[in-house]
Design a protein around this ligand. Structure first.
Ligand SMILES: [Zn+2]
Ligand SMILES: [Zn+2]
Length: 111
């Protein structure tokens, strides 16, 4: 179990967390100014995990620069401000793999 250090709630997986110790719900409650450093921390945490990634046994290679080290980030598409192209993405989740060399982002949609 993972425990949020702010609200004390426990969650079964890291999916419910923005950083290692802050849950998505607590993150939604903080002000816009506070969100920035939290997101930067979340980003640096993920960057430490840059490595080769595989999708259905296919190795990811950046289509822009050919690099093969990616770090992973998960994006909830129903988050306020994350409505793309005017489409409502109800409870959709996407995996983002970000090229550790050029920053190109690959998107993989989940059900
Ligand atoms: Zn919390
Ligand atoms: Zn790249």
């Amino acid at each position: 179990m993972h425990r949020c250090s702010t609200c004390g709630n426990e969650y079964p997986s890291r999916y419910h967390f923005v950083t290692d110790s802050l849950c998505n719900q607590c993150f939604e409650k903080v002000g816009e100014e506070e969100k920035k450093p939290i997101l930067e921390r979340a980003e640096s945490l993920s960057k430490e995990g840059a490595s080769e990634r595989f999708i259905n046994a296919h190795k990811l290679v950046c289509p822009i620069c050919g690099h093969d080290q990616f770090w992973k980030r998960q994006t909830l598409l129903n988050t306020p401000g994350m409505t793309f192209f005017g489409i409502e993405w109800a409870n959709k989740q996407a995996d983002n793999y970000v090229c550790n060399s050029c920053g190109h982002i690959l998107w993989f949609m989940k059900d």
